[in-house]
Design a binder for this molecule. Structure first.
Ligand SMILES: *[C@@H]1O[C@H](CO)[C@@H](O)[C@H](O)[C@H]1NC(C)=O
Ligand SMILES: *[C@@H]1O[C@H](CO)[C@@H](O)[C@H](O)[C@H]1NC(C)=O
Ligand SMILES: *[C@@H]1O[C@H](CO)[C@@H](O)[C@H](O)[C@H]1NC(C)=O
Ligand SMILES: *[C@@H]1O[C@H](CO)[C@@H](O)[C@H](O)[C@H]1NC(C)=O
Ligand SMILES: *[C@@H]1O[C@H](CO)[C@@H](O)[C@H](O)[C@H]1NC(C)=O
Ligand SMILES: *[C@@H]1O[C@H](CO)[C@@H](O)[C@H](O)[C@H]1NC(C)=O
Ligand SMILES: *[C@@H]1O[C@H](CO)[C@@H](O)[C@H](O)[C@H]1NC(C)=O
Ligand SMILES: *[C@@H]1O[C@H](CO)[C@@H](O)[C@H](O)[C@H]1NC(C)=O
Ligand SMILES: *[C@@H]1O[C@H](CO)[C@@H](O)[C@H](O)[C@H]1NC(C)=O
Ligand SMILES: *[C@@H]1O[C@H](CO)[C@@H](O)[C@H](O)[C@H]1NC(C)=O
Ligand SMILES: *[C@@H]1O[C@H](CO)[C@@H](O)[C@H](O)[C@H]1NC(C)=O
Ligand SMILES: *[C@@H]1O[C@H](CO)[C@@H](O)[C@H](O)[C@H]1NC(C)=O
Length: 714
């Protein structure tokens, strides 16, 4: 069962071949690794690794075990029945895991305890008729285990299992207020809820003690509480105190309509309590200014404090996250903001063992860096980073106070390393680019960056350069000019399986990936400046980026350039098509972009539109941003060959925008092609679909850039 791979040895002795290009197939099939989870004593860590076979159309997941002393990696478990593991129980190796099936085969799950070093010891503790996920667990003084999980629940609070649910003879859906659907899902009466359960110690084993408690369902005012917050919320939206006595969970503000606001609150409830005992710890008014989205509630290791993030803007999803610490006592919360003026927006949070420091990760100059922040830091405290490259997917403070980071970089899909609290030393355990054949040869040398000035802002703007394999500055390569989505967000030093810079450059391009106005990591003002300015500031920045490349990078052949973008980047392609920058590209690619901004309210995320268009929708006229920055107004100028992708399950930006774009291009006789996936949302996730996405887009751009000698772009 255990096939031991000595990763460190392989790394040391690897003879790297002449760098070969990374293909879409190679990137899509290569292992995707989860976040390393260390055991309490910090001796070893577990993580999942999922690869894909195009021949079998099948993904395979295995668990890997990383020895944190020797760095050796071995396969811990080979089938995907174990979907989640937590370390809890009498020894440092005791685990509780979710088996994603159960003996009843009813679509529910089962819970097992085991010794992580001897899985033959696994013993079935409970079979649950609901597909619970998001396991968190802790041992109490008495030796019992308290755990939390989440699932959809009926309005009466009972957990929902689609396999067992009664179906109606009609498929009708009826709504009486806005927020009919979101992301890729129509709202139903079921909402997500956090449940608590007790595994009572009995001898050497455990037994489920009574029913699970739903802490969330039924807390309603204008809307009903739901946790985790959809569509991206997970176990990071709730926490269990280390002694098992208290629970916190996050829900959107129940006093406000869902569509207009991002405001959310953290509720505190005793583990032994019910939904009626829950109270919000940060209702609007609890802390001056803090009215927006909250995130990442986390108990300190001694259980005395709760740290979390909250934004000020009540409907601004990209406002700055401010760090707060409260007493874990609703009678005496004493909420305090930490380094409150720090001009960065952290989004990952972990407590130090002694409760004196918070480790946070925040976008910073094109990376996401880890920063220690003392819990008593004054408002003007400026944290100093202890990591440099990469974007963490997760981090954990180990028993020895080192911080175990699992991140990715443009050249590596997963790196795992431990950094000392002061950043002075780093112990690298794993680098995917040194072991995965598909990533062979990738490294920091593949990437560079430059700063340029624009006329929208005082600060210099950053852009990444990603070179193709075996790059030579003596040669020239056509330009692939990528524009990121958001618009708040950015191109960071991270791995993507959807827009992988290096897969693009390895078609034979130099990729230029700028971070124009709205990008996060250069201060909140740069991000905020986008409101009401979709068509001017970032457009000007992109013109200046292109000019910089044209003037300063002799190895880039701008005359053979193409441009591509998704979401806001797709909007920008449509905008560019009608403006002079469009004439500098041989082809454009829009993935899920706005074509007619008068239709912006076809999304459910009115908070986003209201913020970014700097006002709610009123009857449009020339002074309205909905009108001014509308790509369709410049239809007369459209002429650059244009590839359009839009998928049916994209409810954030409905498919009609892509069809409208394609129809208009066709009517005008502009070379164009439409790619649609009936089963994809705002993102293309299915690997077979993604392969077609890459193949079709590359056929298009490689024809127009002259990289291919095909006789037609189709
Ligand atoms: C777990 O490991 C820590 C650190 O090595 C040790 O102090 C502790 O006693 C261990 N706990 C148990 C229950 O073995
Ligand atoms: C995926 O990983 C498994 C387990 O490590 C391995 O047996 C299999 O060959 C891999 N498949 C592919 C297509 O790489
Ligand atoms: C789960 O376990 C069952 C029984 O051992 C096995 O038949 C099945 O293939 C496993 N499922 C997965 C996804 O590995
Ligand atoms: C998972 O559950 C299935 C069905 O009850 C069982 O056959 C299988 O052995 C379990 N696997 C593990 C690893 O617990
Ligand atoms: C809650 O509602 C569901 C669906 O109607 C039903 O199956 C379940 O029995 C109800 N639970 C309780 C406790 O009444
Ligand atoms: C319910 O929401 C309204 C605002 O729509 C608010 O005035 C009221 O205080 C809320 N009730 C509770 C119990 O929070
Ligand atoms: C919020 O949405 C409601 C519809 O649910 C709408 O009537 C109202 O005007 C909106 N309010 C704000 C402040 O946007
Ligand atoms: C509130 O927090 C501040 C800052 O940490 C601390 O100085 C003060 O003693 C606390 N007060 C109470 C009542 O806990
Ligand atoms: C912190 O960030 C700077 C860039 O701002 C970088 O040069 C430095 O190496 C980073 N520090 C550590 C300890 O990684
Ligand atoms: C951000 O803009 C505000 C208002 O224009 C200004 O007062 C503040 O100094 C700016 N902050 C930074 C860090 O530039
Ligand atoms: C900023 O630069 C862009 C691109 O050159 C130009 O189109 C625009 O007019 C300039 N804006 C101002 C206010 O000068
Ligand atoms: C134009 O729209 C703006 C709001 O977008 C509104 O304030 C103004 O009154 C409108 N003007 C006319 C002439 O309708």
């Amino acid at each position: 069962m255990k096939s031991v791979i000595h990763a460190i040895v392989i790394v040391a002795s690897a003879v790297l071949p002449i760098v070969s290009a990374i293909t879409p197939e190679g990137m899509l099939a290569a292992p995707r690794r989860g976040v390393a989870l260390a055991n309490p004593s910090g001796e070893f860590a577990l993580y999942t690794s999922t690869n894909y076979s195009f021949d079998e159309s099948e993904a395979t997941t295995v668990w890997e075990q990383l020895d944190l002393n020797t760095g050796d990696i071995s396969t811990w478990w080979t089938d995907s029945n174990i979907s989640e593991v937590v370390f809890v129980g009498p020894s440092n190796k005791s685990i509780l895991y979710i088996n994603a099936t159960n003996e009843e085969g009813d679509g529910g799950i089962s819970l097992y305890t085991a010794d992580a070093t001897d899985l033959s010891s696994a013993s079935l503790i409970a079979s649950l008729p609901v597909p619970f996920a998001g396991l968190k667990a802790t041992s109490t003084k008495s030796g019992d285990i308290h755990f939390l999980v989440y699932a959809l629940a009926y309005p009466n609070g009972t957990g929902y299992n689609e396999d067992l649910a009664e179906t109606s003879p009609s498929t009708a859906r009826i709504y009486t207020s806005i927020y009919v659907r979101h992301w890729d899902t129509y709202l139903t009466p079921q909402r997500y809820a956090v449940f608590g359960g007790v595994l009572a110690k009995s001898g050497e084993s455990y037994a489920l003690d009574g029913e699970l408690t739903n802490y969330v369902t039924g807390k309603c005012n204008v809307t009903c509480a739901e946790s985790p917050v959809q569509p991206f919320g997970d176990s990071g939206d709730y926490d269990l105190s280390p002694d098992g006595s208290q629970v916190v969970f996050l829900t959107k503000n129940i006093d406000l309509p869902l569509a207009n606001f991002t405001s959310s609150q953290i509720y505190w409830v005793p583990f032994s309590g019910t939904v009626n005992d829950s109270v919000p710890i940060n209702p609007i008014g609890a802390t001056a200014g803090a009215e927006g989205a909250s995130a990442s509630p986390r108990f300190s290791k001694d259980g005395s404090k709760i740290a979390y993030f909250q934004m000020n803007g009540i409907y601004y999803e990209s406002d700055r996250n401010i760090i707060y610490v409260a007493n874990a006592d609703p009678e005496n919360l004493n909420i305090t903001s930490i380094a409150g003026k720090w001009d960065r927006s952290p989004d990952v949070l972990a407590w130090s063992n002694d409760g004196q420091t918070l480790y946070v990760a925040a976008p910073d100059l094109g990376r996401e860096r880890v920063f220690p922040v003392p819990v008593d830091a004054a408002a003007d405290y400026k944290p100093t980073n202890i990591t440099n490259e990469g974007v963490p997917a997760g981090m954990q403070v180990l028993a020895n106070d080192q911080i175990l980071v699992s991140d990715s970089k443009i050249w590596s899909s997963r790196d795992i390393y431990a950094v000392s609290p002061d950043g002075a030393s780093t112990k690298i355990y794993f680098q995917a680019n040194l072991v995965d054949p598909a990533l062979s040869g990738l490294g920091p040398k593949d990437v560079s960056e430059f700063y340029f000035s624009s006329n929208s802002t005082e600060i210099d703007i950053q852009s990444w350069i990603i070179y193709p394999s075996n790059f030579s500055a003596e040669k020239t390569y056509p330009l692939a000019f990528l524009v990121h989505g958001g618009p708040q967000g950015g191109y960071y030093n991270s791995w993507s399986t959807r827009w992988n810079y290096r897969v693009w450059s390895d078609q034979g391009y130099v990729v230029i990936a700028p971070n124009p106005t709205a990008s996060s990591g250069w201060g909140q003002n740069f991000t905020d400046a986008i409101a009401g300015h979709w068509g001017d500031y970032p457009y000007w920045d992109l013109v200046h980026a292109w000019d910089y490349v044209d003037t300063n990078l002799p190895y880039v052949d701008t005359a053979r350039g193409i441009a591509a973008g998704a979401s806001f980047g797709g909007y920008m392609m449509n905008w560019i098509q009608g403006h002079p920058l469009g004439r500098r590209f041989n082809a454009l690619v829009t993935h899920d972009g706005v074509t007619n901004s008068l239709e912006d309210y076809a999304t459910e995320e009115l908070w986003f539109i209201n913020h970014d268009e700097a006002g709610t929708f009123t009857s449009p006229n020339e002074t309205s941003t909905y009108y001014r920055w509308n790509p369709i107004l410049y239809y007369e100028n459209w002429q650059t060959p244009h590839f359009v992708v839009h998928s049916d399950l994209d409810y954030r930006l409905p498919v009609s925008e892509g069809i409208l774009l394609f129809n208009l291009l066709q009517v005008k006789g502009v070379p164009s092609k439409f790619l649609n996936f009936p089963d994809e949302n705002h993102w293309v996730l299915n690997r077979q679909n993604s392969l077609v996405w890459h193949t079709e887009i590359y056929k298009w751009i490689n024809y127009y850039s002259g990289i291919s000698d095909a006789s037609s772009p189709f």
